[in-house]
Design a protein around this ligand. Structure first.
Ligand SMILES: [Zn+2]
Length: 410
């Protein structure tokens, strides 16, 4: 059957009798979690709520104020899933969520137009398409689409939109001689009932069950985004149509404003400024590495000059890294002092190394690591760990102090 939404895709309110209403369950995904909703499946004499089909998702809306969560096609019937029961035989007021529908119509008619131009201009047939929640794509039967080809397609489709090209839908009864072999292309062999043919005047005719705009001017604009390799030597051409073009532009401008604040320069300079920032950062990091190396050598020198040389030595450096600790240990050389080195956030995460006489290291390493909330391992004169709480360094120092007091007493 041809539903009211197909006969007139601009109906937003409609009244129709309830044919059946049966208890049912609907599986929905909300916030990534699958749940089951209890409700009712309602069939009406006719509907303005489009059941999914032809690549177009279903409409949402309400029946006598009860929200319709999903509409599916079952044979020739449209089945509405609602949360509350409706009386069989009663006429109910249908309301369509027009915003969602218009968006679907813009993407779907946009797809017909892009597919037609891709075929006419470049001979690229459409094998399927996907109406996404944000971006849609058309699967073209070609290995690649060049940038110049995309530019040309975008130019032509927008030309057709500017020309306010009419879009008409004709319904042909089964066996109608007017339904030529060409028009029936793609029609399944077992198809029964009327056939809808959607025509973009002067461009193409296509069989389709979806809801469409009545004039290409209602598409406002089409933006081709990018072409990427698809399945089996095909190419997916991503696009936006209608309100989605403005929505995407609005998001772009929002990001641009944020970047202007962050980079302290207007949009025309953003790339230049970001590039400059990255180069500066790279240079700073390089300089920091050099300075830290020099510092490790000097710090080691400081320790070597201590007289008498200490039993243990603590060193913490917020800006440093594991290289700094390794250089320090190498520079200190064969000193007998137990070295307790930490780098990273003064009160947060970082790294530790305990280096010295193996028995002291194996006795203290795991205990210090635990005090600093870390995980690590030791071998011979060295224990190293990643830690989460460098704020407990004084407790670790206390452990070392006690260890040496106890070993002195023995
Ligand atoms: Zn279609």
């Amino acid at each position: 059957m041809v539903f009211a939404c197909q006969a007139d895709s601009f109906l937003v309110e409609f009244s129709s009798k309830v044919v059946s209403c049966e208890e049912a369950e609907l599986k929905v995904v909300s916030n990534g979690k699958k749940t089951t909703v209890k409700g009712y499946e309602v069939v009406l004499e006719d509907t303005i709520l489009f059941p999914e089909g032809g690549g177009q998702p279903c409409d949402t809306g309400s029946l006598d104020g009860v929200p319709v969560l999903q509409v599916t096609r079952r044979g020739a019937q449209a089945v509405h899933f609602v949360a509350a029961p409706l009386a069989v035989g009663a006429a109910v007021r249908q309301r369509l969520d027009w915003g969602r529908r218009l968006d679907h119509m813009q993407q779907h008619s946009g797809q017909h137009l892009i597919s037609a131009i891709a075929e006419i201009e470049f001979g690229y047939a459409t094998s399927s398409w996907w109406l996404g929640e944000e971006v849609s794509y058309i699967e073209l039967d070609t290995q690649s689409v060049k940038k110049e080809e995309m530019d040309r397609m975008e130019e032509i489709v927008n030309e057709k939109i500017r020309a306010a090209t009419p879009v008409t839908v004709k319904v042909f009864e089964e066996g109608d001689p007017q339904l030529t072999a060409d028009r029936a292309r793609g029609l399944p062999e077992d198809h029964v009932g009327p056939v809808r043919v959607v025509t973009i005047q002067g461009v193409e005719s296509n069989m389709c069950c979806g809801t469409h705009v009545s004039n290409l001017s209602q598409l406002q604009a089409i933006k081709l985004l990018h072409a990427e390799k698809g399945k089996k030597n095909k190419t997916n051409l991503h696009f936006l149509a209608g309100g989605r073009v403005l929505g995407a532009l609005d998001r772009c401008l929002g990001r641009e404003r944020q970047l202007t604040g962050v980079l302290k320069g207007g949009p025309s300079e953003h790339v230049l400024l970001a590039d400059k920032l990255q180069k500066t950062l790279k240079m700073c990091n390089k300089n920091l590495q050099t300075v830290l190396k020099d510092l490790a050598v000097l710090e080691a020198e400081k320790l070597k000059r201590l007289n008498p040389s200490p039993k243990f030595y603590m060193l913490h450096r917020r800006e440093a890294d594991s290289d700094f600790m390794s250089i320090f240990i190498n520079e200190v050389g064969n000193q007998s002092a137990l070295l307790f080195l930490t780098v990273g956030d003064d009160k947060g995460a970082g790294q530790m190394v305990l280096h010295g006489e193996p028995s002291a290291v194996s006795a203290l390493g795991p205990r210090i690591c635990s005090v600093l909330g870390g995980r690590g391992a030791g071998k011979g004169p060295k224990f190293q760990a990643k830690v989460s709480n460098l704020g407990n360094r004084s407790e670790a120092e206390e452990l070392i102090r006690k260890f040496f007091e106890e070993t002195r007493d023995q």
